[in-house]
Design a binder for this molecule. Structure first.
Ligand code: SAH
Ligand code: SF4
Ligand code: F3S
Length: 453
């Protein structure tokens, strides 16, 4: 009996990277490889990397160091670095980690099979040139059987002065509405219930596609896409991320309020509450505009849940400017806010500026903001107490086998007693009995039987 060759993929970074990893896993399985839970047992190891902040990049090097040592004992190990650090560093990685067989940027994820064949022929390969991303024919190997990511636009054409993404992910490339709908229909046939449409700047969707309405409006916007895919039978919930305040429209808000499957959760990073800082970040909006967007959302959907990202200690940020970020956080009351201290990144303008702030200032501001975030999230959670929420069951609670877990429409993680074998993929009405800042516990009121079409 021959045992199959094994692969392992370790993924750092955002949902985009996770989606790429699932596609690469699909390709490897098509090639006859088998998933290995143990990363130190695999014959092919892919490290899919993130470069958003320096600490993310450093994690990659320590991981690669361990695998490189293993390769010295096991020369037939194929070691691959994919994703954003691969794109950023390119060939220099081969000098830094000579044990690497393949360095591949995110745009090359769908080409993995080709690239691996070149490696198996004895080459050390670097694939970082910009390419047109091919429509994918391989089936991804998805982590979940209930919720799935669907890419709608790759890349980013913004030029936020702190950010590596445009450099490493390339220019915007939208998939066609037909391809997106077809993928969702396939997911529904496989039993998936929830889809999250993905793009680094999802509001840019369709900018690169042809088509104008008779009134001269662009035809293929994110809003049009939502209307186009909304009625895919079997898909019960639709989410999307990440939104950019510069392009967020009332038309989109209206569509979300109108379309029952689109969840009332919005992830709209604001980055800073100070107009001068926003300008130097080249974000293209003011805090007033951001507040107007939130007001509009709450006008249409009073209970909508809101999350965002913010950066503290951007070069030159004064204490007063930081206070504006605190003020915005206080005023809006986010359900979740991802915070980070500014990290200078290669090939970005802000990294070159002289007014870099000290580590002390960074960690002090981060701590103060995080404290406020926790208080606000706890306050926001309170509104769920005693309420009946619809939860889509995804998995067992890893800490308690008698419980299952899933998310509310507002994206709050929720636990309740139940059998995963009976409940996986079901929409359950749950009465919330315990609230914590970022999660809830409840009890079953009713399990909705979904009739699959
Ligand atoms: N496309 C999204 C998010 C991109 S990256 C947007 O436009 O908002 C995810 C988050 O990482 C960003 O929202 C930002 O808050 C953070 N981030 C990006 N570059 C950073 C840097 N150089 N230092 C610290 N945080 C950063
Ligand atoms: Fe980065 Fe700005 Fe693009 Fe978001 S919109 S990925 S922060 S450049
Ligand atoms: Fe990181 Fe690349 Fe995503 S830098 S956040 S993995 S786009």
């Amino acid at each position: 009996m021959t045992t199959k060759r094994q692969y392992h993929i370790i993924t750092f970074g955002c949902q985009m990277n996770k989606a790429d990893s699932e596609r690469m896993a699909g390709i490897l399985e098509d090639m006859g490889f088998e998933w290995s839970e143990d990363q130190y047992d695999a014959d092919v190891v892919i490290c899919n990397t993130c470069s958003i902040r320096d600490n993310a990049e450093q994690k990659v090097y320590s991981y690669l160091g361990r695998q490189a040592r293993r390769k010295r004992q096991k020369p037939d190990l194929t070691l691959v670095i994919a994703g954003c650090v691969a794109q950023q560093e390119g060939e220099t990685l081969l000098r830094r980690v000579p044990e690497l067989d393949l360095v591949m940027g995110p745009q090359h994820a769908n080409r993995l099979q080709d690239l691996l064949h070149q490696v198996f022929d004895g080459n050390q390969v670097v694939a970082t040139e910009p390419v047109h991303i091919m429509e994918d024919i391989t089936k991804p190997r998805r982590d979940s059987k209930v919720t799935a990511w669907v890419n709608v636009i790759y890349g980013c054409n913004e030029r936020c002065t702190y950010c590596v993404v445009p450099g490493v992910r390339g220019v915007e490339q939208s998939r066609t509405p037909e391809a997106i709908r077809a993928e969702m229909e396939e997911l529904a046939r496989e039993g998936y219930k929830e889809v999250t449409l993905l793009g680094q700047n999802i509001d840019a969707y369709g900018r690169d596609l042809p088509g104008l309405t008779p009134e001269g409006r662009r035809e293929n916007t994110l809003t049009d896409l939502l209307y186009f895919v909304h009625d895919v039978p079997g898909i019960e919930r639709i989410r999307f991320a990440t939104s950019h305040p510069r392009y967020f429209t009332e038309r989109l808000i209206k569509a979300c309020a109108e379309l029952p499957k689109v969840c009332e959760h919005f992830h709209i990073p604001f980055q800073s509450g100070d107009n001068e800082v926003l300008k130097r970040m080249a974000r293209g909006y003011t805090h007033e505009k951001y507040r107007r967007i939130i007001d509009k959302i709450r006008e249409y959907m009073p209970d909508a849940s809101l999350s965002a990202d913010a950066i503290v200690a951007f070069p030159g940020e004064t204490e007063e400017q930081f206070q504006k970020t605190m003020q915005l956080t206080e005023d809006i009351g986010f359900d979740l806010l991802n915070t980070a201290a500014y990290s200078p990144r290669p090939n970005t303008p802000a990294a070159e500026w002289s007014e870099q702030l000290s580590e002390e200032v960074k960690s002090d501001r981060l701590q103060r903001l995080n404290q406020l975030v926790n208080i606000k999230a706890a306050e926001r959670s309170q509104r769920y107490m005693g309420r009946i929420e619809e939860v889509l069951v995804e998995d067992e609670n890893p800490k308690d086998q008698n419980q299952v877990m899933g998310r509310t429409r507002g994206n709050r993680l929720t636990f309740f007693t139940g059998d995963i074998n009976q409940l996986k993929g079901k929409l359950v009405k749950v009465k919330i009995t315990v609230v914590r800042p970022f999660s809830l516990t409840g009890e079953v009121v009713e399990v909705r039987e979904i009739v699959s079409v």
